[in-house]
Design a protein. Sequence first.
Length: 498
Amino acid sequence: MSGTFVGMPGFPAFPSAAREAVHDTTLRGNLRHATHTIRAKRAKAVAEVSDWAELREAGKRIKDHTLRHLDHYLVQLEESVTAAGGTVHWAADADEANRIVTGLVRETGESEVVKVKSMATQEIELNEALEAAGIHAYETDLAELIVQLGRDRPSHILVPAIHRNRGEIRDVFRSEMGAWGRPAPEGLTDTPAELAEAARLHLREKFLRAGVGVSGANFMVAETGTLVVVESEGNGRMCLTLPETLISVVGIEKIVPTWRDLEVFLQTLPRSSTAERMNPYTSTWTGTTDADGPRAFHLVLLDNGRTDTLADEVGRQALRCIRCSACLNVCPVYERAGGHAYGSVYPGPIGAILSPQLRGTASEIDASLPYASSLCGACYEVCPVAIDIPEVLVHLRERVVEGGEVTRGGNKVVLRPSKGHAAERAAMRAARWAFTRPGALRTGQRLASRTRRLHPRTLPGPGRAWSGTRDLPPVPAEPFRDWWQRTRGGNDVKGTAG
């Protein structure tokens, strides 16, 4: 895989990466077709549910309750998993998680693992850590397989290879499959059925010989120690049941208290992600059993910035995310820039608020992500757990510009304002001064109205970054206050809107 996600020290800021992406006409065509198709199907699936608003509110409340009592439910989960025959490991960061998983694989004596699609393992770059230890990790999700064979990076939460069209996928299969295992069939075309069959034949031998499976989980149920994976292809079911050892790496926020709580999300997640009433494959497992499935089960609970995010009263709502990707499919910025421009395994609107909290805003890319949005609010409208992404974006922009106290590594630290925002800070301070002095504000409004014919249509200096793609709004001939005073005499008229 090319590039990197964790830390991103050399990745360009979002505006630079997006500027290059928007000039790729093939990429934009692929994204436009895919996102519009998924968006339309999701809207139809959601419209079938008469109580969707109530389900959305229930999901939000369950997640908020769980996050407020996360310490209690994590301990309950550990007790439940252990009682069912599993082993729980705690990983504070990516390095610790990778050491744990690598050590567990080495203990089995295996040199290969098969993987269920997992964003947590992408987040910590587990594949690269295993490769460095001489262990080959094989992705089994079709889209992840395409990305891995093409030495590419995922660009979407639900459809990691959304930036590829069928012809590109055929070319990747033809040129790369042989180096990873069973080669593509002779004369492979770009028809979906042939591509799917080529992937099926390629993966079958890996499923049958794998001794270790690695997964994430969509949910963990605290009361029983049960883990849940929902998917559409069946590859996950193969990875979860055939190997002798199963290792699951899961973010600590993926927990729900009870089976009854899980029922809410098994209604909202399929409709919001794949636009299905339910997923074709919903796999649940609780520890181990002598009669079936893996003989050893290990759960690696991953923090990696999540407790720091939990400490932020505004930003913590990002931890409600159930990774449905609905926000990506309606976002005008994502549709044009694609997922790679975000420099994170979590692209789109949710990535713009989650990545800067998990990783901090010290790097150029993370400081720029809160600005990767038009604040149109479409992401909030479709979120099945009601994450107010625009609110968090504005909150993080304030952090970037003004600095202030945050939690990093469990400790309170004070961030210095980011470089390059001096003009923005000056403008906001000037606005604050004016808005707290009505007389000065009134004088400024009148002066602006009387000189409006002299106003430029674009801003000079740093302001060019804003006005380079839009005109300044025209100043009215008369300030609102003067118009109100002239027409209403300064008195409210009963029944009019304020």
